[in-house]
Design a protein around this ligand. Sequence first.
Ligand SMILES: [Zn+2]
Length: 408
Amino acid sequence: MKAITGATMIDGTGSAPVARAVVLIDHGEIHAVGSARQVQPPEGVEVIDAQGMTLMPGLIDTHDHLASFSYEIASRWGIDEPRSTRHLRIASVLHQTLMTGYTALRDAGGLDAGFALAVDEGLVPGPRLQVGLGFITPTGGMADRVSPLGYKPPAGEDSGLPWGVADGAEGMRAKVREMVGAGAHVIKTATTGGASSAAGLGPKDILFERAELQALVDEAHKRGRRVMCHALGGEGLRMAIEVGVDSIEHGTYLDEDPELLEMMADNNIFFTPTFGVYTFHATHGTPHGKARAAALREHHVKSVQMAMQYGVKVTAGTDEGGWEHGNNAHELTCLVEAGLTPMQAIVAATSHAAECMGWKRQIGSIEPGKRADLILVEGDPLHDISILERGNAVKYVMKDGVTHLDSR
Ligand SMILES: [Zn+2]
């Protein structure tokens, strides 16, 4: 058994911080939690003295692309460097991300299931992983990664993942089965274009026929998989919510239709806004990408503010990968800039994120019976959320009861 004592605890549920908290950890699990008066460490246990620090649950990113390193097509196909180099690069990102305080992460496309296996086996240090493998969309959609000259990667390239294009309801069912067979923990789809998609496939352009999306969602749910749906605005956004996907990714134009926010709150559909990626596209994107990102900015901010008012659960997702890795916590700064309190931003990156991933009972808060994924932070993130960025103030990381970083 281990004990962490003396820290101010933010437990991830949104409750007020607890001063001089004591957390007991046994067999990788949180055994007891309380103030020093309520919980005393038994004689002889290893005590981690965290006086003056902030104790939090490990952070969770619900939308990352750990295997992405550029928006260039050759890089997206994974053919611009040897496969071994790419794999070791990803392993390095996994390690780096864990060291910044992220103990769980959902990969929204690009990472194959072998990395989750490697982390679970302890081959490489990294956050707990849920992988989506790749987008599933109809021909011409986000999954159809054709080069500007019309080339497609030869079979077996594209990082060894299943090609994500399917058409028609039966095609969608078969593709979901193929993704699940290849190890997908979650099904990723897109009902609209985005900032980085081709000219002509914009944020409000719809990709799916309703019967196709219904079949995809139904098949995913039958196989116990949640559906995370990239949807920015227009009819594709409405269709995703009506058909019953489990989370809306980006959701930049939700503000234009408050009825959608009501439906999301009623059906517990999560909202993962992604501010970091649009800051990148607004400054470094293609000409049409820049214009799209600039145009959606104020809607995105308003959508998040309205989502909070309507009681939609917001989660922190970066869409990181194409331009950087290792600063997942920048999204928390963005959420606070968009109007969330620092406590709400922390909830978005802990308990709400865990619930969004279907891991509510295992992780996301500091409560007895949950896995011991814990971090210690120097300073008070409720005073300044940006201290979490790049893990600058993160001095201690525990995952599953095992210490991975201790630089106190
Ligand atoms: Zn993404």
